[in-house]
Design a protein around this ligand. Structure first.
Ligand SMILES: [Zn+2]
Length: 84
């Protein structure tokens, strides 16, 4: 698998691994929110995400991790901690 992610920087160009192409007309459009951003990163060859969309998903991942690791009676999980 290729671990180099294409990054498109608005008004500058794109870069992927060692490849760097300058393009001062490049628009960095986010496939997720549809906005033009300062830069977008490839999620797949066709899908690009901006910083705020990436950050929102990282936040969701952090919250999910926290919710599944926290103890307490309000998690609502049937396989939650067994009270001792
Ligand atoms: Zn976005």
């Amino acid at each position: 698998m290729d671990h180099a992610f294409e990054v498109r920087v608005a008004g500058k160009g794109w870069i992927k691994g060692r490849e760097l192409v300058q393009d001062d007309r490049l628009i960095a459009r986010c496939s997720v929110c549809g906005n033009d951003a300062d830069l977008v990163v490839a999620m797949t060859p066709e899908v690009f995400a901006c910083r705020s969309c990436l950050r929102a998903r990282l936040d969701a991942a952090s919250v999910a991790t926290y919710r599944f690791t926290e103890s307490g009676p309000h998690t609502g999980l049937p396989w939650g901690k067994i009270a001792g």
